[in-house]
Design a protein around this ligand. Structure first.
Ligand SMILES: Cc1cc2nc3c(=O)[nH]c(=O)nc-3n(C[C@H](O)[C@H](O)[C@H](O)COP(=O)(O)O)c2cc1C
Length: 245
């Protein structure tokens, strides 16, 4: 059976692309994914906070659960050893490119326009075949309207698109009043593909010790229904569709 497809303008031998996560933090795992048949790989994200707080120690990210860095720490349960730091991340892209023949898609997290966006270009220079923009914006500010939040997404995509030549996919959350409008606006802003959906990390509460605990629950098959619906609704209706949703 011919399973070849196109994603972000990249020709893929099949549509199986492992999503961003800790598994890609080891080059040997990326190689194993390729050997198992993956047609491309998305690396774990480099977070805006990591870039801006370059000097913060590894220990901070892996142990602190302070609200002000909730977005950065949220994907860092203590037992997962991410290779932190922007320079290490760029080096990781270079090494991954040397190790495998499948496209390597780097993932850049951000939630505002700012200096960190230059890392999109650095990721391109390090050899990334494409970029996945993981806009992870947990809107908790009483004073920011939905429209302002949506505008931030669009501005970030425009800025990143201006700075690179490689294709840019945008990873979305499903929490918009109108997912269709948002998808269309991101499409107009130049997104080459949309990734449906990110899943915000939701910490638990340990009732014995009355502490917030960062444990990860993996998806069940039911989780598939939400993206399935939106892929169906958006099918064929976006420019980005030609390169991938
Ligand atoms: C432990 C863990 C770490 C993750 N790390 C990232 C990440 O670094 N960047 C990102 O964009 N998504 C990350 N994700 C989200 C996944 O790539 C995926 O989008 C999400 O889990 C939804 O897919 P699923 O329902 O198949 O799990 C992570 C998910 C998990 C469970």
């Amino acid at each position: 059976m011919d399973l070849t497809t196109t994603y972000l303008g990249l020709k893929l031998k099949n549509p199986i692309v492992p999503s961003a996560g800790p598994v890609s933090s080891e080059i040997s795992n990326i190689k194993a994914l390729e050997d198992a048949g993956a047609s491309a790989v998305v690396l774990y994200s480099l977070f805006e906070e990591q870039i801006e707080m370059e000097s913060l120690e590894h220990a901070y990210f892996t142990t602190a659960h302070n609200d002000s860095y909730a977005e950065a720490t949220s994907y860092f349960p203590t037992d997962i050893d991410y290779k932190l730091g922007p320079e290490e991340y760029l080096e990781h892209i270079r090494k991954a490119k040397e190790a495998v023949d499948i496209p390597v898609i780097a993932s850049l997290n951000g939630k505002s326009t700012g200096g960190w966006i230059k890392y999109a270009k650095y990721m391109q220079e390090a050899g990334a075949d494409a970029l996945e923009l993981n806009i992870y914006l947990l809107a908790t500010d009483f004073n920011r309207t939905g429209q302002e939040i949506e505008k931030t997404y669009i501005d970030v995509v425009r800025e990143v698109k201006k700075s690179v030549k490689i294709p840019v996919a945008v990873k979305l959350s499903p929490f918009f009043s109108s997912v269709a409008w948002m998808a269309h606006e991101l499409d107009k802003a130049g997104a080459d593909g949309l990734v449906l959906f990110n899943r915000f990390y939701q910490p638990d509460i340990d009732l014995e010790n009355l502490e917030v605990v960062p444990n990860v629950l993996l998806s069940t098959p039911m989780a598939m229904r939400l993206p399935l619906r939106w892929v169906g609704i958006l099918y064929g209706r976006l420019q980005a569709w030609n390169s991938g949703v």
